[in-house]
Design a protein around this ligand. Structure first.
Ligand code: NOJ
Length: 743
């Protein structure tokens, strides 16, 4: 009788459409609620369970494939969302099955891991975060949304906002690094970039904050491993970027694979209901990670999949990704009274709400525009932006004798290393629909940048990760003939990302041996490091004349690296994560606690190692420029502060070098005494300033009592009176400092 609910929804849409322009957001929401309820009333239990089910298509695979017949499931109304399917024709074909062949015609959502670009690939998220440029990062997400929606998608499994302080964990590459404040800023920028102003704008995607929560705290940096941290650390370090995502209006959340203190996230009611919904007021839906309901059996948290499903939905999980647990068992659980209809209805409501917000009930083919697919993907504008984003992500870690920038007129340049003429690795992990064959290699970028008279001598030198030393001699030979050497080394793209933990963070294979041989030639060497994480490159950093951390720079890697090497761009990026000297120092991050026995080199019984300093190889926030910046005249508007006051912090920053350039001015604080101990430094603000040679600017920050608040001994988020220090500088180690008192 009711052949197609889609028509009902359209009629509802048309009737209300005329007033939508003048209606406020609240009225919009009320209208959506009415429409959600009207759909829900028509649904059978099977159809409801279908809405809670997400299956992968066979188009792309990002985990084990359990179900081959997802198309039959769509037609039977047994699936409400599909991931890993893109391309307008394909998406339209699947959407048509849902809309035209099911009883109610409820449209599907189409999700995909659009993490750092869709077709045009930007630097990996950790690299983007090294730009500390929230406007650029937001724009990168916006472009990713334009390209992904042009290919039929409307949901991205991003941003990953997991704080990560252990570079052995390969997924450190997917986030914003180690810091809470920077992590919050990047979370907000990415959510806003993906989602834009309205979800029913066909150029925006609904975002998904993942992986909730504390996935980055996996023991020993081993992926999927156990997490056991205090509620204080959870709230202070791991949750804030998720809260920032909620505040930015994120539409969906994804649970994490790990357990925290004995409870897997997918069955964690405290996280999913008490914190996310009741404390933070999140109104969107929660999806599991890939089969993570099923995995609660292996965790030893549920005796079988049916029980795991009950734990998940009762904890607050709305949608089951790929596990088919709700699909197989939820009906029975309801019949047995283990799950209430009200719980199921609420989960369905949350999902339908997002479908309405995406405009799918008004037009299920809103994201199926062949023209857009043709003209809005990998445009020149997107490629230009990708080049700029990539060069802004490259961190200059060393520049002895100001060897960089190199002259484009250099006579002979040797370009050496397994990543120099390599296209495959440039996109990094999770490169969505990015096609590595369209990436520009670093060798190509260099060739295009230098003068016509420059001779380029290229040699691979070795492979990324085997022990063949056969090609080293040729590389040495070519280096001998050159005036300078560019050595492009690092990791393969698959060495970071999911299921890519490493216990040794040195250069893979025989690359250090290659580096040793090249250094022995005695020419200036510029090392360009490609990696998804900090590597332990102590030796390399001592040997090399200059060192650039370029992460995985994406489609425009070559031009971006060349822009930096030859000075068309003056590097401005700063490390979003500490580089350890060796694996034994891990976890090492700047905002550590002081301990009761802070390091004293003259006292054996203090907190230190026998064989290595406590300091990192490169600290958080560090990054050089071709120019130099001088900090002076740190001023506070007052040194005694009431809780209602706003402290103004000012500092003078001067460009004292020869090049124009951008500096990221960082402000940190330390609360000297608390009811619980506080870190030695915490980032509380940063600002980017562009200065010409000789130019000086006063950079100002504000601090309020809220910025000084933390989870106190009673687990209240509050500030405590006492002495504080404020630090301002160009990285977390080199700062001017002043004290103040909060009354
Ligand atoms: C598993 C990963 O952990 C998650 O980040 C990703 O979004 C899903 N697979 C889907 O591909």
């Amino acid at each position: 009788m009711i052949k197609n609910l889609f028509f009902i929804a359209i009629v509802g849409g048309i009737i209300t459409c005329a007033c939508s322009k003048i209606s406020s957001r609240k009225q919009d929401e009320a209208r959506i609620e009415r429409r959600v309820d009207s759909v829900l009333k028509l649904m059978t239990l099977e159809e409801k369970i279908g809405q809670l089910t997400l299956f992968t298509s066979d188009y792309d695979v990002t985990g084990p494939t359990l179900r081959e017949n997802y198309k039959e499931d769509i037609k039977a109304g047994k699936v409400g969302a599909i991931f890993n399917a893109y391309g307008v024709d394909y998406v339209r074909q699947l959407q048509r099955m849902a809309v035209e062949e099911t009883r109610l015609g409820i449209p599907l959502i189409f999700g995909y891991d659009v993490i750092h670009g869709h077709r045009t690939i930007f630097p990996i998220s950790l690299g983007e975060s090294a730009s500390w440029d929230t406007a650029m990062v937001r724009k990168a997400a916006q472009i990713a949304a334009i390209e992904a929606t042009a290919e039929g998608l409307n949901w991205t499994f991003a941003p990953m906002v997991d704080i990560a302080r252990d570079p052995r964990w390969g997924r450190i590459s997917e986030g914003a690094g180690e810091d809470v404040f920077l992590g919050k800023c990047m979370a907000e920028a990415r959510v806003k970039g993906f989602q834009g102003r309205r979800l029913d704008d066909p150029k925006t995607l609904v975002a998904c904050a993942k992986h909730f929560a504390a996935y980055g705290a996996a023991q020993a940096g081993r992926d999927y491993h156990t997490v056991d941290i205090s509620e204080r650390t959870l709230r202070e370090v791991y949750l804030p970027p998720f809260k920032a995502a909620v505040d930015a209006g994120v539409g969906t959340f994804m649970t994490s694979f790990n357990e925290t203190a004995g409870v897997p996230s997918t069955g964690n009611r405290f996280l999913l209901t008490d914190v996310l919904r009741n404390e933070w007021g999140f109104k969107g839906f929660v999806v599991t990670d890939y089969t993570s309901i099923n995995e609660m059996v292996a965790h030893g948290f549920a005796k079988n999949e049916k029980e795991a499903g009950e734990l998940a939905i009762n904890a607050g999980v709305d949608m089951d990704m790929q596990g088919a647990v709700y699909y197989n068992y939820l009906k029975k659980s309801i019949e047995e009274g283990k799950v209430s209809m009200a719980t199921v209805d609420e989960a369905v409501r949350r999902i339908l709400r997002i479908k309405f917000k995406l405009g799918l009930f008004d037009n299920p083919y809103l994201y199926c525009d062949n023209n857009r697919e043709k003209y809005e993907v990998m445009t020149q504008e997107h490629l230009d932006f990708a080049r700029n984003m990539a060069r802004k992500s490259i961190v200059l870690l060393k520049n002895e004798k100001q060897i960089l920038p190199l002259s484009k007129e250099i006579k002979t340049l040797a370009v050496i290393g397994p990543l120099a003429d390599n296209r495959r690795e440039l996109l990094g992990s999770w490169s969505a629909a990015g096609n590595w064959t369209q990436a520009i290699t670093i060798l190509e970028g260099i060739r295009n940048a230098v003068s016509s008279s420059t001779k380029i001598l290229y040699a691979r030198g070795c492979n990324i990760h085997d022990d063949t030393t056969l090609y080293i001699a040729e590389a040495v030979n070519k280096s001998r003939q050159a005036d300078a050497v560019i050595l492009v080394i690092g990791e393969a793209h698959w060495m970071s990302g999911e299921a890519a933990s490493r216990s040794d963070l040195g250069l893979p294979g025989v690359q250090q041996q290659l580096a040793d041989a090249i250094m022995a030639v005695g020419k200036p060497v510029i090392a360009v490091l490609l990696s998804g994480r900090p590597l332990t490159i102590t030796k390399l950093s001592e040997q090399t004349t200059a060192l650039l951390a370029a992460w995985f720079p994406g489609t425009m890697a070559g031009p971006a690296v060349a822009d930096v090497i030859f000075g068309d761009y003056n590097p401005s990026a700063k490390l979003p994560v500490t580089f350890p000297r060796n694996v034994g120092q891990i976890p090492i991050y700047y905002c550590m606690k002081n301990t009761g026995r802070p390091m004293d080199p003259d006292n054996k019984y203090t907190s230190k190692y026998l064989d290595i300093p406590n300091t990192p190889l490169f600290p958080f926030g560090f990054g050089l420029s071709y120019t130099s910046f001088e900090y002076s005249d740190l001023q506070l508007s007052q040194t005694i502060l009431k809780a209602s006051d706003t402290l103004q912090v000012r500092v003078k920053v001067k460009n004292t070098g020869k090049y124009s350039g951008e500096e990221t001015v960082q402000m940190y604080v330390r609360d000297l005494v608390g009811s619980v101990t506080r870190p030695v430094k915490e980032l509380k603000g940063f600002k980017k300033v562009y200065l010409n040679p000789g130019e000086e600017q006063v950079v100002a920050f504000k601090l309020t009592a809220r910025d000084l608040s933390f989870w106190d001994i009673h687990m209240n988020f509050t500030h405590e009176p006492g002495e504080f220090k404020v630090f301002v500088g160009g990285d977390s180690e080199h700062c001017l400092e002043m004290g103040f008192v909060l009354e």
